[in-house]
Design a protein around this ligand. Structure first.
Ligand code: GLU
Length: 560
């Protein structure tokens, strides 16, 4: 068989040579040890948590080493592509501050453009490159056209299935499958010409020469040392529409784009024999691989299962809707990614996550458990460390989308909102009232008249005349200009006058000697002013509400 002639017959329009293509993609000019990584999602309309996990590894490894991190859109599976999906993906990456150096970007007019010299960064625009390398493989007798139609293949598979059922020895079934595949390999040039003249569709398959009983050693950067069988499957390189399969595009793209480290899900591990064969056939140096652990969740029965796209938390956009800040999700991702992150963070509380020395060796080698309890813990900490100004700006941005009425309340008086957010913030032990933005409204809506209502129920166990007496005396003595000490002295005075202990020690020593304590007296006022038993610091609450509103609320409690 004249393979060169066969290649010309199959690819009459491919005129560029492999050398010309290689010249377009010169070695990258990077310092020794710099890593080149890529995030290569399919535009399915969202970024999966597992994808973000990989993207963070990509970003960290490249930028920590002075290398390059690029984004490649793997849109070779046309059917799965959703309109606007690339834009949505870019927005998610930008929301999370995952900074890539090369790849598609959205300009200020919302249009897509590309940055970088190793593009195109969308596989659908790289057809020429795949065809040049496919032609080369055919010309070298390492790949061949297969005219077996989809229906015929299905028939073969059906027969195989039956054979498999009949044959308890899988080896025999596998042999039959292989025989069917091999039958497609044998053809004459005349047959190829006749098929082409008839316009018959065909795929390009690799001519596999591996023996699956032979194993080669392979070192995965995450999984460690592996034994990988040789590939004996004539898998497809180019589909009948000329579009490459993942395997072929992976080899051609990562070679030309000079990827040094491929970070991808462990579900690709079984395909490794194919990739080893392809890189070998093409004469490409293999990149290093990091096959990342699957993200698992606990199911209803306490078992573990894959975090599927229908699960809450699987899509990165879910987090905004659930009210998590991106900083918290990042930090949580780092706790999952590197087992020593939390310890480092505790020792370096003021450093940014980006200062953390990310280490491949500390990555989970299998099943990585996603857990909302832990995320909430991280989130609480992250929010407690933000300044009131930061909280205000970020919350407002969220609330304008998810609770516009409440957002409008806050925006009407930014200083008031910031003063509320400032309560208990900034010290060594900041309050941790907020886990997500959904907690903000229940925490502080009572400050705003439309959300406040008088509620006496928490005081039902106390004599009504005591509550009224406390309120009356407080209104008589209240001066908003009082410092906290003076303010509290007045409350203590009211307690003493009404038979409630102002001294907690005395009260604890003999509770029966008093009607209650100053804590109860404060509680009457707290319920009056906030409508609840638990609320942030009462003195500050009154200061923020101001003279009129504080008085009106205390008065209102007496009137119900
Ligand atoms: N497009 C592939 C995926 O979404 C990328 C895998 C890889 O990173 O090589 O799974």
């Amino acid at each position: 068989m004249d393979y060169q002639a066969l290649a010309e017959l199959l690819f009459p329009n491919v005129t560029a040579t492999v050398e010309e293509i290689e010249a377009r993609y010169p070695a990258r000019n990077l310092p020794e040890g710099a890593k080149v990584t890529r995030f290569a999602p399919s535009p399915t309309g969202f970024v999966h948590f597992g994808g973000m996990y990989q993207a963070v590894v990509d970003e960290r490894l490249a930028h920590q080493s002075g290398g390059v991190f690029f984004l490649r859109i793997e849109d070779t599976d046309g059917q799965r592509e959703i309109k606007g999906a690339v834009e949505a993906l870019l927005r998610t990456l930008s929301d999370y501050g995952v900074a890539y150096d090369e790849g598609p970007r959205i300009d200020e007019n919302g249009n897509l453009h590309e940055v970088g010299a190793y593009g195109p960064y969308k596989q659908s625009q790289r057809a020429e490159l795949y065809h040049v390398f496919a032609k080369k493989l055919v010309a070298e007798g390492k790949a061949y056209p297969c005219f077996t139609t989809a229906e015929e293949l299905e028939e073969i598979q059906e027969t195989d299935k039956k054979a498999e059922i009949k044959n308890t020895d899988w080896h025999v079934a596998a042999e039959q499958k292989r025989a069917a595949m091999l039958a497609g390999r044998v053809f004459t040039m005349e047959e190829v010409r006749a098929h082409l003249a008839a316009g018959d569709p065909f795929v390009i398959r690799i001519l596999a020469n591996g023996d699956p009983d032979k194993k080669t050693k392979f070192t995965d950067q995450v999984k460690g040392s592996l034994e990988v069988p040789e590939n004996d499957e004539d898998f497809v390189l180019l589909k009948s529409d000329g579009i490459p399969t993942y395997h072929f595009a992976h080899a051609v793209d990562d070679h030309l784009m000079k990827t040094t480290h491929v970070i991808r899900g462990e579900d690709w591990l079984p395909s490794l024999p194919k990739h080893i064969m392809l890189f070998n056939y093409l004469g490409f140096k293999m990149p290093k691989y990091l096959h990342t652990a699957q993200i698992l969740k606990t199911d209803e029965n306490g078992g573990k299962k894959k975090l599927s796209k229908r699960d809450m938390g699987a899509k990165m956009d879910d987090y905004r809707e659930m009210g998590y800040v991106t900083e918290a999700v990042w930090e949580y991702l780092l706790t999952l990614l590197n087992s020593n992150f939390e310890e480092w963070h505790a020792q370096n509380p003021d450093k940014s996550c980006l200062d953390f020395p990310f280490n491949i060796k500390k990555m989970a080698t299998s099943g990585c458990l996603f857990d909302f309890t832990k995320l909430n813990d991280v989130s609480k900490n992250v929010l407690s460390k933000m300044t009131a100004d930061e909280i205000y700006t970020k919350f407002l941005d969220w609330a304008q989308q998810f609770d516009p009425a409440f957002a409008a309340c806050l925006a009407a008086d930014p200083d008031k909102a910031k003063a509320i957010f400032a309560i208990g913030r900034g010290g060594k032990k900041p309050r941790k009232d907020l886990t997500t933005w959904k907690d903000v409204k229940p925490y502080m809506s009572f400050f705003y008249t439309p959300y406040f209502s008088v509620d006496r129920t928490p005081l039902a166990r106390f004599p009504e005349e005591d509550v009224t007496a406390v309120c009356t005396r407080f209104l008589e003595s209240w001066d908003p200009a009082d410092e906290m000490g003076a303010w509290f002295d007045k409350i203590k005075g009211i307690a003493d006058a009404l038979g409630y202990a102002s001294d907690m020690k005395a009260y604890k020593a003999d509770p029966t000697a008093f009607k209650g304590s100053v804590a109860d007296v404060s509680m009457f006022l707290r319920v009056a002013v906030t409508g609840r038993e638990n609320a942030p610091d009462l003195y500050t609450v009154m200061q923020i509400l101001g003279d009129n509103e504080t008085r009106a609320r205390i008065q209102a409690l007496m009137n119900v």
